[in-house]
Design a protein around this ligand. Structure first.
Ligand code: CTP
Length: 398
């Protein structure tokens, strides 16, 4: 993939300082970030911060467009794979909507053929003003994306709509747009993540140690390769990823229904969730009181989701094994009629649950066995998706 370029337009909202974090996170994700600031923005946040964080010069005036030392001699509007305006004031939104180009930021917006994503930040009354709403509608109809604004405490001390969207939300939408032409473009992927919780009574549950990291890494990586992702996730303490359809669930039964609902449309199903194999047969409607002596709870088998949802062209399962990894994983692949199984050796303390790293063994229907080295969960996710791309091609050729 070629290096991707984001032109980040920063305008004069108090939230401009948050754009430094945004620029930093994009840079860390390997994106080249070229910052364009309006004059008002330069009064609120330092040019030097953006320059130091991105490693690229910051543009603030029209004259830099013709500067022979400008970025690789290519104008900002042409270099952009995405033009992200964050924060965008009501004034900038209005100018972009009518095609005014009286400074470098709005000139770039008018000249670029790249997708435009806007993260507004302003006082509630300005956001709710009919003029701003009409401008937003016009831009949306032209295909401009918006992320936020959120409701919350505003710089003015008031509370209402107009707050700059959280940086992770903006990043999610930005990565989705940057990946729009990736090798999973237009493919619908249903991915499950996290552990399920099976109620014992209204306050207690049976759960497991899954943190959801692997499933979320898969969902984000798929989104960034252009997939239309539905993430069905058990409770996690992780922030909800954006740029995808997230369906929160609690129990194995909830997950079964969510997967059944999403599967008719799906091109691939990846079950990374740690679904409970057993659930209390009769959860108590009231909180159980302790008594002398032991307590026993009757458990019944949950329905195996992968085994029962077979109407998806490509189905990928996970196997967490502490012994006989290859035999057990191959047996699951076979029993559930999977295209690929990702086997993890959970006896290794350096990988697996809660770790940021993973190493796995990929077994497919032909019997081919591939061992990955220890990689970040993101790299493992991309590795699995490389295989999914191949399986989708094969399924389409049938
Ligand atoms: N799975 C599922 N529905 C369940 C249980 C598991 O779809 N009710 C999926 C998991 O998401 C995973 C794969 O099946 O992709 C794991 O298979 P499973 O046979 O349940 O393995 P383990 O959970 O490791 O169970 P076992 O105790 O049999 O090793």
């Amino acid at each position: 993939m070629h290096e991707r370029h984001v032109v980040l337009g920063v305008s004069g909202s108090i939230a401009a300082y948050k754009a430094v974090d945004l620029a930093s996170k994009l840079t860390q994700a390997g994106v080249a970030v070229h910052v364009v600031m309006t004059e008002a923005a330069t009064k609120l946040v330092g040019e030097a911060s953006f320059r130091a964080i991105t490693g690229y010069p910051v543009s603030t005036s029209m004259f830099e467009l013709t500067n022979p030392h400008s970025i690789e001699h290519i104008s900002l509007s042409e270099i952009a794979d995405l033009f992200l305006i964050a924060p965008a004031t009501a004034n900038v939104i209005a100018k972009v909507a009518v095609g005014l180009a009286d400074d470098l930021l709005t000139c770039t917006a008018l000249a670029t053929r790249a997708p435009i994503l806007i993260a507004p930040a302003m006082h509630t009354a300005m956001w709710e003003n009919a003029a701003t709403q009409a401008n937003v509608k016009t831009l949306r109809e032209r295909g401009v994306g918006f992320v936020g604004p959120d409701e919350g405490r505003l710089a003015s001390g008031g509370y209402g709509a107009g707050r700059f969207a959280p940086v992770p939300d903006i990043l999610g939408e930005a990565h989705k747009l940057l990946g729009a032409n990736g090798d999973l473009a237009s493919k619908k992927l249903v991915i499950t993540a996290g552990g399920t919780r099976e109620a014992i009574d209204p306050v207690r549950f049976l759960g497991n140690r899954s943190t959801g990291k692997m499933g979320v890494a898969l969902a984000k990586a798929a989104r960034d390769r252009g997939a239309d992702v539905t993430l069905i996730s058990g409770p996690t303490d992780r922030s909800t990823p954006t740029g995808m359809n997230v369906i929160p669930i609690t129990s194995a039964d909830d997950m079964l229904r969510a997967v059944q609902d999403a599967s008719p449309e799906a091109d691939a199903l990846i079950m990374a969730a740690a679904v409970a194999d057993y659930a209390p047969a009769k959860p108590s409607p009231e909180k159980l009181k302790k008594e002398d002596g032991p307590l026993s709870i009757d458990l019944e088998r949950t329905i195996d989701i992968l085994d029962s949802v077979r109407n998806v062209p490509v189905r990928v399962g996970f196997a967490a094994e502490s012994q006989d990894l290859l035999e057990n994983a191959a047996q699951k692949l076979d029993a559930k009629g999977l295209d690929l199984i990702v086997a993890n050796d959970i006896s290794r303390p350096d990988i697996g649950f809660a770790s940021d790293h993973n190493a796995c063994t990929l077994i497919d229907r032909s019997g081919s066995i591939e061992n990955t080295p220890i990689l970040s969960k993101r790299e493992v996710a991309n590795h699995i998706l490389d295989r999914v791309v191949g399986l989708l091609d094969r399924a389409a050729a049938k």
